[in-house]
Ligand binder design. Structure first.
Ligand code: ADP
Length: 636
């Protein structure tokens, strides 16, 4: 029978695993026990919904056995087993491409503790074993199979005579050397320790025959010296209480962190653990985690949100999306409830009243925990916000703003006066007495926004401005419309609600006086702008670009940048307005040119418009023409 090769990626991971100078190789046991437990879960679940399986909960077990002479450690389960095809698909390739993607990112950092922190599954067996045999019989099948491999160079599959359903994983433990001790994996007490450390919560008994000794009867008295007899006794090594059913006071940070890393394949500890249990209208235990960084695929289409769902301790769904709203999609964790029926189908689950109840309570819980973090540990919250704030802002924007009340207190934006992220509440608490609006300005970076001419006057008058740098920001504020009854206002808006009436009136008057000049300039620019006018918002700069109507230049950029926007012919256009500073010498020059030299006025208008575009960080339509005009001026 020919040897088959591992799939390419599996081979690379295997090589790495076998050859890594690796200190956490003990986790192989955790991985294999966890697979065994999954396999039992699958059959147990079936037994609950299908009478013909004929197994009860207490019939299931995981068994460890050691043969010191043969140097083998066997991990057995009476779970669902594997068909020949399963063996091929599951053990010939790497199931969890996540580990591989992660590894590629970290290729350079050889000694990073990837494997210990990451679930690497079945392959970890090769860290302690030179030869692995898998004997398996699928439940209800009359055929059994044997998979064997020495590691990276391939594997074989043949028929086997395993009499009962389930799987035995037989590891031939590597010989110990001076540097490496593998013998420990053949010692009962060491194995017991490892089960306690990593697999205590596994909900099926993990049993092993343990060596014992006791005082021989009649010895160990004053006259007879002590003699011991050795015997073996079966012991259940794990407590079987899942961590989420334990009392918070019994658990350490490390317990939570280990559980999280193992279960959710992260190599960093979570930023926040939320462990809650409730009784009453719905009874459940929830153990939720906020990761300390976004999963590698978080902002991709492949990311699937959801929590593990257990009904009375039995896993019924690996990722239940209905338990989490999209704006909290970064939350990992699980929910265990006795109010859910075991054999509920996915379709029915969606409409389940209990599930909805749980989801709504979790949503509130997550929010209150985030608020507490914001209040008590600002630094941690800001780190969280950097990772997942975007998701919250999308949450405000989506569903026509239906969740804005829930989410608005969690938002942070950069403040022009504080020079850091602030909440809307903090902004409002600092608003001046006469201040009508919450001001904001959009741009690529806070530095760039800070230099925008439109912000000049407001800043000079001592008003705080929120600087928006994410694409979604302005849409998010537009959706909220106001906060604490204060409306949001762009610094580019026509009406900034300032009290300086006299100044505004004089601008108004001068706009009327120069109507013809502005009409000429507007015509020179064609449909690029809807108007040219004087403004009071500028102090030292001659010109800026603003908009009339609801759509800002920033929003125009975002919308037109969306995939398909242009090809659909659905390009949107903001109503741009070229605004001039009446106190700048350039304005005086424009008025005199209007009387003297209309061609030059045209050129100047074009130049000013292009400059305004550049200031906004927008591309100019004809850079060559722009440059030629500037050169003409320089040569004068
Ligand atoms: P993962 O557990 O993340 O899927 P593994 O490499 O540990 O990755 O295992 C690959 C697959 O092999 C599992 O998903 C499961 O389908 C199958 N498998 C592993 N061990 C067992 C077992 N003891 N019984 C049944 N199936 C198993």
């Amino acid at each position: 029978m020919a040897k088959k090769e591992f799939k390419a990626e599996s081979k690379r991971l295997l090589d790495l695993m076998i050859n890594s100078i690796y200190t956490h190789r003990e986790i192989f046991l955790r991985e294999l026990i966890s697979n065994a437990s999954d396999a039992i879960d699958k059959l147990y679940y079936r037994s609950l919904t299908d009478q013909s399986v004929g197994m009860n909960r207490e019939d299931f077990e995981i068994r460890l056995s050691v043969d010191k002479e043969a140097r083998t450690l066997t991990i057995s389960d009476n779970g669902i087993g594997m068909t020949e095809e399963d063996l091929e698909n599951n053990l010939g390739t790497i199931a969890r491409s996540g580990s591989l993607a992660f590894k590629q990112d970290n290729e350079a950092k050889e000694d990073i503790d990837i494997i210990g922190q990451f679930g690497v599954g079945f392959y970890s067996a090769f860290m302690v074993s030179d030869h692995v045999t898998v004997r398996t019989r699928p439940f209800g099948s009359d055929k059994a199979w044997r998979w064997e491999s020495d590691g990276a160079d391939g594997y074989t599959i043949t028929e086997d005579d395993k009499p009962t359903h389930g799987t035995d994983i037989i590891l031939e433990i590597k010989p110990s050397s001076e540097e490496e001790n593998y013998d420990e994996f053949l010692e009962g007490f060491r194995l017991q320790q490892l089960v306690k450390k990593y697999s205590d919560y596994i909900r099926f008994p993990i049993r092993m025959m343990m060596d014992r000794s006791k005082l021989k009867e009649g010895t160990g008295t004053a006259d007879v010296p002590a003699e011991y007899e050795h015997y073996q006794e079966e012991e259940t090594l794990n407590s079987m209480v899942p961590i989420w059913k334990k009392n918070r006071s019994e658990l350490t940070d490390e317990d939570y962190n280990n559980f999280y890393r193992e279960k959710f394949f992260d190599y960093e500890a979570p930023a926040k653990v939320i462990h809650s249990s409730t009784e009453g209208a719905s009874t459940y235990n929830a153990l939720l985690f906020i990761p300390s960084r976004p999963p590698y695929d978080f902002y991709s289409r492949d990311y699937e949100k959801g929590l593990q769902l257990y009904a009375s301790g039995v896993l019924i769904m690996e990722k239940c999306p209905d338990l989490l709203p999209d704006y909290f999609s970064f939350v990992k964790g699980l929910v265990d409830s006795q109010d859910l029926s075991l054999n509920i189908s996915r379709e029915m689950l969606q409409h389940d009243r209990q599930l909805k109840l749980i989801a709504s309570r979790l949503e509130k819980k997550i929010k209150s925990e985030l608020l507490a973090m914001l209040k008590n540990d600002r630094e941690a919250y800001e780190a969280f916000y950097k990772n997942f704030g975007l998701q919250l802002k999308y949450g405000v924007y989506s569903d026509y703003g239906a969740h804005k009340d829930l989410l608005q207190d969690l938002l942070l934006f950069y403040s022009s006066t504080e020079k850091k992220l602030v909440t809307l509440e903090e902004y409002v608490s600092r608003m001046k007495e006469d201040q009508k609006y919450i001001y904001y300005a959009s741009g690529e970076t806070t530095d760039r926004i800070d230099r925008l001419p439109q912000t000049e006057r407001l800043k000079e008058m001592g008003y705080e401005i929120l600087y928006l740098t994410d694409d979604v920001d302005e849409f998010c504020l537009k959706m909220m419309m106001n906060f604490s009854e204060k409306e949001f206002r762009s610094v580019s808006d026509k009406d900034l609600g300032l009290e300086e009436k006299a100044e505004d009136e004089s601008i108004q008057k001068r706009n009327e006086e120069n109507q013809e000049l502005f009409r000429f300039m507007k015509d020179a620019l064609g449909d690029k702008v809807t108007a040219v006018r004087l403004t009071s918002r500028l102090k030292s700069h001659p010109v800026c670009l603003t908009t009339d109507g609801g759509l800002s230049i920033e929003m125009e950029r975002v919308l037109n940048g969306m995939p398909g926007a242009v090809s659909n012919g659905q390009k949107v256009q903001a109503q741009r307005v070229l605004e001039l500073n009446p106190d700048h010498p350039i304005f005086a020059r424009l008025t005199s040119l209007f009387a003297e030299d209309s061609q030059q006025l045209k050129d100047f208008t074009q130049l000013l418009y292009d400059q305004a575009l550049l200031i906004e960080g927008l591309p100019i339509e004809d850079p060559v023409a722009f440059s030629n005009l500037v050169c003409q001026l320089m040569a004068k």
